[in-house]
Design a protein around this ligand. Structure first.
Ligand SMILES: C[S@@+](CC[C@H](N)C(=O)[O-])C[C@H]1O[C@@H](n2cnc3c(N)ncnc32)[C@H](O)[C@@H]1O
Length: 290
């Protein structure tokens, strides 16, 4: 896994991710809405009438903001990457009332205490270092209105067990077997485990795959609730997304089965226990209080 490096991360989002992801949200709305956006829009928001201010932190190209703009919320987007923010400005051009702020965690200083009813961070926390994460959580606590909600997503550490590839090997060596498989036998253990997989080197390096290029934090959903509780946050719901119906390496052997399984879980059955293993990421709904 790559070491945390804020400069490297910022360059990656600005110069690699932004051009690859560039889309006109208005023209591709249906295809472009992400499952995590749909969980928020279809599963969480309908029961939450009367919300005032929504802040989308790390709003990227403004896909979610442009949707929320149609629902009449007071909206703020914060985005450090000039490339991503330029996309957001374009995609939100029908909603000039949306306030788009340049910057990262420090930009939250512009937001007043207790001003945000819904703090959203989709696909952001996994790119933050330890210090940034702690600073962000403190800033959220300050700007969140009493009774406010945080919606944040995380990369699922357990999904690596389902992929039977180089990530499975990393998970077994670093999370399950360390620190016991060490010393003289470490290499034997690793090569024996690699021998159980047909493609222990897959997937090949990807230029636009964050995990191959920058620090990406993986989070274990089985321990996260307790960790958050110890910091005064209560998990009100956990919704898995980016389901893989079958491990990526066998997907092409049974594409119909793959599609059927995805269809039965994605968004509609996002809380299912299978998500712990079969989904690449998860969304949590948090409130203040243990
Ligand atoms: C995978 S994109 C997700 C974008 C958007 N939230 C979405 O769901 O499509 C990750 C975003 O996090 C932003 N980001 C990275 N580090 C950040 C930080 N320290 N503060 C705020 N945003 C950050 C990146 O610039 C990028 O736009």
């Amino acid at each position: 896994m790559r070491e945390f490096d804020a400069q490297r991360r910022n360059t990656f989002f600005d110069q690699v991710f932004a051009p690859v992801q560039a889309r006109d949200v208005r023209e591709e709305r249906e295809a472009w809405l992400h499952p995590r956006d749909r969980i928020l829009l279809e599963r969480l928001l309908p029961g939450r009438k009367g919300i005032g201010t929504v802040l989308d932190f790390g709003c990227g190209q403004g896909r979610l903001l442009s949707e929320l703009g149609k629902l009449g919320f007071s909206l703020i987007g914060i985005e450090p990457s000039d490339g991503m923010r330029a996309e957001a400005e374009n995609n939100c051009r029908d909603h000039p009332e949306i306030r788009l702020v340049a910057g990262g965690i420090e930009a939250l200083e512009e937001i007043e205490d207790n001003a945000v009813d819904f703090f959203i961070a989709m696909g952001v926390f996994q790119y933050l270092g330890d210090e940034e994460t702690a600073t962000l959580m403190q800033a959220i606590e300050r700007v969140l209105a009493p009774g406010g909600t945080v919606i944040a997503t995380f990369q699922n550490a357990l999904f690596d067990l389902f992929t039977f590839n180089k990530y499975t090997l990393d998970f077994m060596m670093n999370d399950l077997l360390a620190p016991h498989a060490n010393g003289a036998e470490k290499e034997s253990v690793e090569s024996a485990l690699a021998g159980l997989m047909t493609r222990s080197d897959a997937p090949p390096y990807g230029e636009a795959r964050a995990r191959d290029n920058i620090f990406v934090r993986l989070t274990n959903p089985l321990t996260q609730t307790e960790e958050l509780r110890s910091h005064g946050w209560a998990v009100k719901g956990r919704y898995f997304y980016e389901y893989f119906g079958l491990p990526p390496l066998v997907k092409d052997a049974a594409p119909d089965t793959f599609a059927r399984i995805v269809e039965s879980f994605e968004v509609v059955n996002a809380e299912a226990w299978q998500g712990h293993f079969m989904a690449n990421a998860f969304l949590v709904e948090l409130e203040r209080g243990g």
